[in-house]
Design a protein around this ligand. Sequence first.
Ligand SMILES: Nc1nc2c(ncn2[C@@H]2O[C@H](COP(=O)(O)OP(=O)(O)OP(=O)(O)O)[C@@H](O)[C@H]2O)c(=O)[nH]1
Ligand SMILES: [Mg+2]
Length: 354
Amino acid sequence: MKKFAVFSGFLGSGKTTAMTALTQYYSERYAPAAMISNDLGEGVTLADHRYAQLSGCRASEITDECICFCLDVLTERLNAYYDSGCELVVSDIPGFGVGALEHVYHGLSEKFPGQYELAPFTVLTEPATVAQLRSGEESDRAIICHNQLMEADLIVLNKCDLLDERTCAEYLAWLRERYPASKALAISAMRGDGLDALAKELRDGVASLGHPEIDYDADPLQDALGRISEFYLQYHAAVCCNDFDGTAYLAALAGQIRETVASAGREIPHMKLLSWTPEGDFGKVDILGSGRPVEISRRFELPCTELAVLLNCSASCPPAELDELIMRAVSSVSERYALEVTIHKKQFFGLGEE
Ligand SMILES: Nc1nc2c(ncn2[C@@H]2O[C@H](COP(=O)(O)OP(=O)(O)OP(=O)(O)O)[C@@H](O)[C@H]2O)c(=O)[nH]1
Ligand SMILES: [Mg+2]
């Protein structure tokens, strides 16, 4: 079997966490599975891929381009995985992902007929998004998420650990009614709930290869995409003669960035701060909106003396301003922790400039 699935969904909906958990679950229960983290940026390792590696997944990344526009790179990668015995490969999509159904699924089925079995086109969503859509709000975010869901064969309501059973059932019923062409199921990628149902849908289900009515050039979609900047930073932080609490450092840094960016009137849909020690211990914190608290996604097990840090941020902010705001926070918080910082790589660009 050569099964391939795209995981689409809004920034922070949990695609990477779900792909990591699913790849591990599938490999343990069924057959070898692998994941591809797809992001923009040249010659950089990004937090999503490093997170998958640190979690012990069979994982790789495509960072220079969206797989929508480099099917030859994608198929080369897929073939290598299938040749090595993988049965299922999943990949996400950079940016907002709208259009991946057309470019990736229809592209593969037209240019490589019969070579790959396309699993249901999967779109992740989370409780906060469903609540927003149900309220009828017409923000950029709501419009983007609606368009993403229109592409779905399979809607995955992630983070169901944040809902009680009744509300979860209510949200699923609403999703099924609003998007009748799609199946819907609930998981908690973080806790591992619902992974078996998801694994079976991907293994046994088939993509519909539909043509949903989406205006891909609609102004709100393009305008919102044009406002998003990406910022990638890779650095090393060491303390000379003591140890320190790596989780507290990451949380303080994320808190400072959130505050600095919010007071400049800018929004952060998702910032990831991933860090690890030479021994392989690792921690991760996330910001999922300038108005939401910092999430500690994983804690270090031991005190640290040195850390490698990957900071990846998507924000509605001009790229040079984002650089200035984030670097100011990195300097001040690292100084507070008496850390010596060595920057290895930095990159920032606006998605509208692509
Ligand atoms: N409570 C809860 N949090 C989750 C779950 N899955 C993911 N998260 C958290 O949601 C945040 C975003 O998760 P990611 O997997 O990085 O989201 P993503 O969709 O890959 O984000 P982008 O790469 O920016 O598009 C992190 O803080 C995760 O720890 C879940 O099942 N429950
Ligand atoms: Mg991700």
